[in-house]
Ligand binder design. Structure first.
Ligand SMILES: [Zn+2]
Length: 141
């Protein structure tokens, strides 16, 4: 059984950012809108490579969310100055705190998988499914 090669770092990054499987580029990996599937339906790659694997994705989502909250607070102070009202100032940051984490969740997970693959390439047998049909499709193009 042949094992897939780990794609280039640029391809891994783009696939992760666009919510695709970092290994084969398969899209539509989410269930119930935001939950990432356990494994890629095309290549069989299991996204959670070890227990606690997605801690990096949670950290990435937290950094982005807090960064956006900080930016909106600073922009709000700048816009409302000198009559800064805490209630008016907190509306947009609260909306960001509620909306952004679930919206970013699948993207952060696929991006984290891609970053992890950049650091730890595929092990033999980790993603093997549908290699032959993918090569056949590539030849037809
Ligand atoms: Zn795949």
């Amino acid at each position: 059984m042949e094992t897939r090669q780990t794609p280039t770092n640029g391809r891994l990054f783009w696939r992760g950012l666009s919510r695709a499987c970092a290994v084969c580029g398969q899209r539509r990996l989410t269930r119930r809108l935001i939950a990432l599937s356990d494994a890629c339906p095309r290549c069989g790659f299991r996204f959670e490579r070890q227990p606690g694997h997605f801690l990096g994705a949670v950290i990435m989502s937290t950094i982005v969310t807090f960064g956006l909250i900080l930016i909106t607070i600073l922009a709000g102070v700048w816009v409302l100055w000198p009559d800064v009202d805490a209630l008016r100032l907190s509306i947009v940051p609260l909306a960001i705190a509620v909306i952004v984490p679930p919206a970013l969740h699948p993207t952060c997970k696929t991006l984290w998988v891609a970053i992890d693959l950049m650091m730890r390439p595929l092990d033999p047998g980790e993603a093997v499914g549908d290699l032959i049909s993918e090569e056949g499709a590539a030849k037809k193009r």
